[in-house]
Design a protein around this ligand. Structure first.
Ligand SMILES: Cc1cc2nc3c(=O)[nH]c(=O)nc-3n(C[C@H](O)[C@H](O)[C@H](O)COP(=O)(O)OP(=O)(O)OC[C@H]3O[C@@H](n4cnc5c(N)ncnc54)[C@H](O)[C@@H]3O)c2cc1C
Length: 344
């Protein structure tokens, strides 16, 4: 598939989550004839909080801490990607509030990553995150983390893909069909496992998220065991249930998130709440599988764990490179799907 491309290359993209749609748009822009197949229904992308958060993810999530540079590089592709696709990008930033000892630990983790958050007082924090409780006298703030409203953004990506000439089929993809190349952007779903051996590296992490029906705006707020992400509704997230691959909603797991979220935004008490669950696909090193499979004609775009929205433009670039032979950029080797193969 590398080398001089036959034009137009016909590509089937399996999966209409953020990785599938971002890949489909980039492939169409590269001159490919693209069809996206998806059986439909909610997916991880549609229920996500939509944080584009290289800094707080590296600070708070040990698994991606070694990959800060890659996360920042993905974030840096977003202004162009948002402009191309009509996705509204919110650059209000993110702040952390919590007990003093926890906040000190967060500050130490920033420092260990050579990052410096801005120390702000409670009143300033409340100005940046309207409705934030008065209980928090200080906060750590960064403008490096951004956000999109995931459900709205997914619709925008679908529209942008259709406008770029991408065709959509409501169907499960079982192979490339008539296409030259099959891109597997199937998230945590097991249905595609037979199509690429590298998918066996994936494991599921289920996540519950609570959405309070309100119009919220401002900075994302991170705290102990919970975040609050404004958008169409205030999202309080999220559980990390390793090994669970079902999307059944357990209200008992939403309740502690709701309670923790209301400690941040007490004014939202009593408003209607919706609890949702989705499944993240995770690899052993917490980075996606993006690029050529050993299976001929198959390219992977999955395994983005907690950061599929953040990583989508970067994954799409690697997918296009796999199909057309274009430059995959400096981070492609880290995403190579074959990196977990047993070495002799
Ligand atoms: C609660 C929660 C909160 C999150 N918050 C954030 C966040 O704030 N920021 C962030 O960056 N990430 C976040 N994530 C992670 C992010 O949602 C995922 O990494 C991302 O959505 C994965 O996108 P995807 O396209 O790989 O998979 P999905 O969105 O799961 O889409 C996969 C699609 O493939 C389809 N499919 C499956 N098999 C087939 C087949 N054989 N043929 C055709 N179609 C098929 C499915 O129907 C589905 O639509 C969150 C995840 C959860 C669960």
């Amino acid at each position: 598939m590398s080398g001089a491309p036959r034009v137009p290359i016909a590509v089937t993209v399996a999966g209409a989550g953020v990785l599938g749609l971002a890949s489909a748009i980039a492939l169409a822009d590269a001159g490919c004839r693209v069809t996206v197949c998806d059986p439909g229904g909610p997916n991880a992308s549609s229920i996500a909080a939509g944080m584009l958060a290289p800094v707080f993810e590296a600070v708070l999530d040990e698994a991606v801490r070694p990959h800060l540079d890659l996360l920042v590089a993905a974030r840096d592709l977003w202004p162009g990607f948002a402009a191309r696709t009509g996705v509204a990008l919110d650059r209000s930033g993110a702040l952390a509030v919590g007990e003093a000892a926890w906040l000190d630990e967060v500050a130490a983790r920033f420092a260990a990553l050579q990052l410096r958050p801005t120390e702000i007082g409670g009143a300033t924090a409340r100005g940046l995150a309207p409705g934030l409780a008065e209980a928090w006298p200080r906060a750590l703030m960064t403008r490096e983390d951004w956000q999109v409203d995931a459900p709205t953004a997914l619709n925008a990506l679908r529209r942008a893909a259709a406008d770029a000439g991408v065709a959509f089929r409501t169907a499960v993809a079982r192979g490339p069909g008539e296409a030259d190349v099959l891109v597997l952007a199937t998230g945590a779903h097991a249905s595609a496992q037979a199509l690429a051996p590298e998918l066996s590296a994936l494991s599921p992490i289920k996540g519950h998220i609570v959405r309070v029906a309100t119009e919220a705006a401002g900075a994302v707020v991170r705290s102990q065991g919970v975040y609050a992400a404004p958008g169409s509704g205030m999202a309080f997230g999220a559980t990390m249930e390793a090994g669970r691959d079902d999307v059944g909603v357990d209200p008992a797991l939403g309740e502690p998130l709701h309670a923790a979220g209301l400690r941040l935004f007490p004014g939202l008490a009593g408003l209607p709440v919706q609890v949702a669950a989705g499944v993240r696909a995770a690899t052993p090193d917490a980075l996606p599988l993006a690029g050529l499979s050993v299976a001929p004609g198959v390219i992977l775009a999955t395994g983005a764990r907690r950061n599929g929205w953040l990583l989508a433009p970067l994954v799409a670039r690697v997918v296009v490179a796999g199909v057309t032979g274009a430059d995959a950029g400096p981070y492609a080797a880290q995403l190579d799907p074959r990196r977990f193969e047993a070495r002799p």
